[in-house]
Design a protein around this ligand. Structure first.
Ligand code: C2E
Ligand code: CA
Ligand code: CA
Ligand code: CA
Length: 278
């Protein structure tokens, strides 16, 4: 239907109604879900180029709702960010990942575990104390937990973000810039961030075989990262030809359904047993 200038029309649009209802459902249920231990952390391996070894995994949260079943993070993380629930939720993910990393260490599996951080968690710098605490509580070696953050984390207060990143790194954590290429940081900005690696967003990896322009883009991004001395991790690798292209351009680590989906800890352990780096 054409808009006819009546503002009240939008108030009752089905899409608006759906979003309000969804927000209210999350408002009633997500905090309860967190308190009642309904959140679950899955882990997806990263494969090193060349050796094929798996030395690190990414933690990815899901919500096992009694009402709706397994809910992907895209459906509740932004609500958590808006409502402030991201602080306790993010802390819970970090604690869970740390406990899991400690279990793996006891089993002789040395895996670094990366945790995704929301912008809010970087501004409110409690994540530094949280990291120090979980390392201590779980007697983890400092080089076990890493963080993935997005460019939007750097927008609000760049200096503060840099300071927090510096403190996380001084505790032995690596800091990776997630979804790289989808934000708008300038090269000058990028050069100032004290980073260990960038994660090439899956939107670049997709279709790399089809469009020559995607290939040049990836080459340019890898060259930029190399100039800045950041490692490059590619996400969303689904096909062998994408994998081969990424190897050729010098990506350091790869992650995607070609290798494995995000898995529960026991599934990951089984997967690792069966996995042999070619
Ligand atoms: P992300 O950090 O960019 O994570 C990559 C997403 O791509 C994950 O979706 C992963 O399951 C998916 N993926 C992995 N391999 C492939 C592939 O080969 N093809 C395709 N098409 N997708 C692949 P997921 O688990 O649904 O997570 C979505 C987003 O939710 C994450 O994007 C991250 O931004 C956010 N997220 C997840 N866990 C957390 C968390 O604990 N804290 C925060 N703040 N955000 C989280
Ligand atoms: Ca990530
Ligand atoms: Ca991404
Ligand atoms: Ca993301």
């Amino acid at each position: 239907a054409k808009e006819n200038g009546k503002r009240t029309f939008t108030v009752f649009s089905p899409e608006m109604n759906r979003r309000v209802a969804e927000y209210m459902w999350l408002d009633t249920n997500l905090r309860k879900g967190l308190e009642q231990n309904q959140l679950v952390v899955y882990y997806q391996p990263k494969v090193a180029t060349g050796t094929g070894e798996v030395r690190s995994v990414e933690s990815l949260v899901r919500w096992d709702s009694p009402e709706r079943g397994l809910i992907p993070p895209m459906q509740f993380i932004s609500y958590a960010e808006e409502s402030g629930l991201i602080a306790p939720l993010g802390r819970w993910v970090l604690q869970t990942a740390a406990r899991q990393a400690a279990k793996w260490q006891q089993q002789g599996l040395n895996l670094r575990v990366a945790v995704n951080l929301s912008p809010r968690q970087l501004v409110d710098d409690s994540v530094v104390d949280d990291l120090a605490q979980v390392l201590k509580e779980n007697q983890l070696s400092p080089c076990t937990l890493d963080f993935e953050l997005t460019e939007s984390s750097l927008i609000e207060d760049e200096n503060r973000a840099h300071e927090v990143i510096g403190r996380l790194r001084s505790l032995g954590a690596q800091v990776h810039l997630d979804d790289f290429g989808t934000g708008y940081s300038s090269l000058a900005q990028l050069a100032r961030i004290p980073l260990d690696a960038i994660k090439l967003d899956k939107s670049f990896v997709r279709g790399v075989n089809l469009a020559p322009v995607s290939q040049s883009l990836i080459r340019a991004i890898v060259a930029t990262a190399e100039a800045l001395q950041f490692r490059v991790i590619a996400e969303g690798v689904e096909t062998e030809s994408e994998n081969q292209f990424l190897d050729c351009v010098g990506v350091d680590e790869k992650q995607g359904f070609l290798f494995a989906q995000p898995m529960l800890p026991e599934e990951l352990e089984q997967w690792l047993k069966a996995y042999s780096p070619h």
